[in-house]
Design a protein around this ligand. Sequence first.
Ligand SMILES: Nc1ncnc2c1ncn2[C@@H]1O[C@H](COP(=O)(O)OP(=O)(O)OP(=O)(O)O)[C@@H](O)[C@H]1O
Length: 306
Amino acid sequence: MMEYVVTTRELTRKFGSFTAVNNLSISIRSGEIFGFLGPNGSGKSTTIRMLCGILEPTSGEGSVLGYDISREPEKIKQKIGYMSQKFSLYDDLTVQENLEFYAGLYSIPYSQRKKRIEEMLRMAYLTGRENMLAAHLSGGWKQRLALGCAIISRPSILFLDEPTSGISPTSRRMFFKIIQELAAGGTTIMVTTHFMDEAERCRNIAFISNGTLIANDTPDSLKNNVIKGCLVELEVTGAMEKISHIEKLPWVKECSIHGPLLHVLLESEAHIPELERHTGGKSKKITPSLEDVFVSLARQNRRQVS
Ligand SMILES: Nc1ncnc2c1ncn2[C@@H]1O[C@H](COP(=O)(O)OP(=O)(O)OP(=O)(O)O)[C@@H](O)[C@H]1O
């Protein structure tokens, strides 16, 4: 088995003088769920489009399933599954007809189509809905049908660009469960998401900001190694208004709001009593969540850029 199914080296894409993806080097192992995270406009879709052979890189290299993304994009397109934010289903076709259309598009032999479509219906929890028009499906169902269409050719690698944006939490969980089942069956998955619960379920995560890779590790390593200092949860009245005051304290590195509480990054645990004295709040030391990690990474990057 090939160890890495995706590798990029200093992959770069410019639009005019604007650099959307900047010297990106990543590797994705066979069978892993690789989470690709970053703020809006940070270059995730542009990267995925280059990996799928849809967009030519300006410079740098990349390979997918052993094919070169610049020289062999057509081979890549035949071998992968890709579902973008704007997936195309035919609203005036039924669930079954949409799947038949994609089975034809991928030239799946007639003898296999019936079985393959049934498999996709089962995977997407759409059995029994075959005759519904796609237009009448709810958001979550549409997304699952789009996934079925994207993987009807059973690709060994699947690129998902924000597949769960705009659907209900229940549908999101259901969709991600399907992703996990596909990965357990050996499919490699690169997925962009803004949801931390989904990021937690990835084997590896790359975080980009302004087109530049700023972290790439397992969720656990990111939680344990990125944040330097002592993170505390602070319960205080008027939390929002107190942020700017707290940020100015010399031993505070960062402060952000999390629901009704503040997360304050202190230089060390020794400053906890001082924090409580200054704010009149109650605090307790916590282990950073992935959200803390990404808030911190995005801030560090903003500081470096400005
Ligand atoms: N065809 C294009 N021409 C010019 N600029 C582009 C083009 N495609 C993308 N960009 C710019 O490149 C940057 C990165 O866009 P991209 O869509 O890759 O970001 P993203 O991380 O996927 O964002 P989001 O999370 O909002 O989908 C953005 O500033 C975008 O405006």
